[in-house]
Design a protein around this ligand. Structure first.
Ligand code: TXA
Ligand code: MG
Length: 318
């Protein structure tokens, strides 16, 4: 875990336009000064991230919102007041001084206030917000511990501020606005039901809409390098795979089958929160095993389970 000295080092690096991996309650982010072109370019280079994929801006508090966003709809204010600090990202009209690098040329900016003591301590000591995508190479599994980040990036290139394991373990939910209608761009740690309780029904973004593409919506994403099968019937999938060394990620059941070489439950007692919390760490662990295929089991499709299934589906896309 980080101490004051680590925090001071992170502050100095960020002030010098370097990139630092920071903990948030969702996943670790690769952070840089939003006003530094050098820092923002390094984020894209390190991640090997396509320039069309915009970044999320992290603020120290709701009171900073006008610095980066304009024409803020009432529903956005309600959501910010309800869920910030927390795992909800709002896509809003950007202020003119927000660079096209951050927004990928769009006239909107994605913004949130993270709910993590180390991230907030850091933001409170900086006089600029931080742009931060998840701290993983483009398309691979998101990091939920400092060790995951250290496995991805050379320590000479990325300094990691260790804030322990992320409490949510799954990315923020992303909501934008069309006129006064709230639109869901990415499912995540804040449940749809909780958002709808504040702003009424969400319009679900579909590929046919002429709306900004949120690459969290790319069909293959969050993926282990081992081939992965997503199923609601593990037994049946196992029967079709007898010759392979199989890894199984179940929701909370234990399966017995001779092909199973490695098995993990996402939750011991059927808790979706626990499953979300362990999801990426479990996928990282599976990916390190000498197995040919990973079977991941669908979880109950309610609350944060919707986001877990969405990530599992994308992890298994070909
Ligand atoms: O929980 C999170 O959101 C984490 C932590 C670090 O805050 N960050 C994260 O960032 O998941 P990233 O880059 O992996 O995902 C950001 C998503 C992308 O899908 C991107 O397309 C979308 O936000 N996004 C950013 N700006 C946008 C915009 N103007 N319009 C639509 N989508 C946007
Ligand atoms: Mg990401």
């Amino acid at each position: 875990m980080s101490n004051t000295k680590d925090l001071t080092k992170a502050i100095q690096l960020l002030q010098k336009e370097s990139v630092v991996a920071i903990p948030t309650e969702t996943v670790y982010g690769l952070a840089g000064n939003i006003y530094s072109e050098k820092a923002i370019r390094s984020i894209f280079e390190l991640k090997n991230r396509p320039m069309y994929n915009p970044l999320i801006v992290h603020l120290k508090s709701y009171t900073e919102l006008e610095k980066v966003a304009a024409n803020i709809p009432n529903k956005a204010r309600l959501l910010a007041e309800t869920f910030w600090p927390g795992p909800l990202t709002l896509v809003l009209k950007k202020q003119n001084n927000i660079s096209d690098l951050i927004t990928a040329g769009k006239d909107t900016v994605a913004v949130r206030v993270p709910n993590h003591p180390v991230a907030l301590a850091l933001l409170n000591q900086l006089d600029f917000p931080l742009a931060a995508p998840s701290a993983n190479p483009f398309g691979s599994i998101s990091p939920t511990t400092a060790a995951h980040v250290a496995n991805y990036f050379d320590s000479s290139l990325v300094h990691v501020l260790d804030g322990g394991a992320c409490s949510q373990g799954i990315e923020s939910t992303i909501v934008g606005f069309e006129e006064d209608q709230a639109v869901l761009y990415r499912v995540g740690a804040t449940s749809i039901a909780d958002i709808e309780a504040i702003v009424g029904s969400l319009k679900v973004f579909t590929k046919d809409d002429v709306a900004p593409i949120a690459p969290g919506m790319l069909s293959k994403h969050y993926a282990p390098s081992t081939s992965t099968i997503f199923t609601d019937d593990v037994e049946k999938t196992l029967t079709n795979l007898t010759k392979k060394r199989v890894g199984v990620v179940s929701f909370c059941k234990q399966y017995n089958h001779p092909a199973i070489h490695y098995q993990k439950k996402l939750s011991s007692n059927g808790s979706l929160e626990e499953a979300a919390n362990r999801l990426y760490a479990t996928l990282h662990e599976m990916d390190a095993q000498p197995i040919d295929v990973i079977i991941v089991e669908k979880v109950p499709n309610e609350g944060i389970g919707v986001a877990i299934n969405d990530k599992l589906q994308r992890a298994s896309a070909v």
